[in-house]
Design a protein around this ligand. Sequence first.
Ligand code: ADP
Ligand code: ADP
Length: 219
Amino acid sequence: KGRLEFSEVSFAYPTRTEAPIFQDLSLLVPAGTVMAVVGPSGSGKSTLVSLLLRLYDCNSVKIVFLLVSQEPVLFSYSIRDNIAYGAVDPEAVTTEEIYGAARAANAFNFIQDFPNGFNTVVGEKGVLLSGGQKQRIAIARALLKNPKILLLDEATSALDAENEFLVQEALERLMTGRTVVIIAHRLSTIQNANAVAVLDQRRIAECGQHTELLGNRQG
Ligand code: ADP
Ligand code: ADP
């Protein structure tokens, strides 16, 4: 429970006629591990994530896929409802639970607002949310889902210094005590992970504790 395991998985996109993307790929992410997956473009990071999602689709393990880079989808409701939507049963979730998630995600101070463009009161425009604020809403939503396993695709995004800190802090709270796989694009992320898998030409070139890998490079 809470661990991710691939054993000699081969995978080909049905639309491709050439060699499969992965051949006999094995990967173990022990429960509670934060694993950063790194590798150049085309090395197979996105494919790996989609396979992990498929693997657990048919399982009861709660898994949440969060794209930190992309603009999270906001619905035509209040920000409070956008967060509540993350709950397993949005009807049954309590205000305390929603507020707790919003606080932990640094999204509490604008929870009563409406996203810009979604007018509920005639004449009100709603607030223009920054990318970082949207991310914090998405993190609050994910917190309410309380997943055992978290897949995080962190593409490079230009956040201002304040948002960078607030998003990072929110993410750390979300990741605590969970099994996390991060498609890492920033060096700082790799330093925060306790394991790293290096993808190269659709193979796992190296995988292990962060400190071990650094040792390898020095030696
Ligand atoms: P990254 O994850 O490195 O930011 P992408 O996953 O968007 O980049 O794309 C990586 C490579 O996969 C690109 O060469 C892109 O053309 C290819 N690719 C992504 N999606 C598809 C698709 N649906 N069909 C074919 N090729 C794709
Ligand atoms: P990364 O995320 O590391 O950039 P991808 O997993 O997106 O790598 O891509 C790995 C390989 O799979 C690339 O050669 C890419 O062109 C191919 N690929 C990705 N998505 C698709 C797709 N939907 N259909 C066909 N080929 C794809």
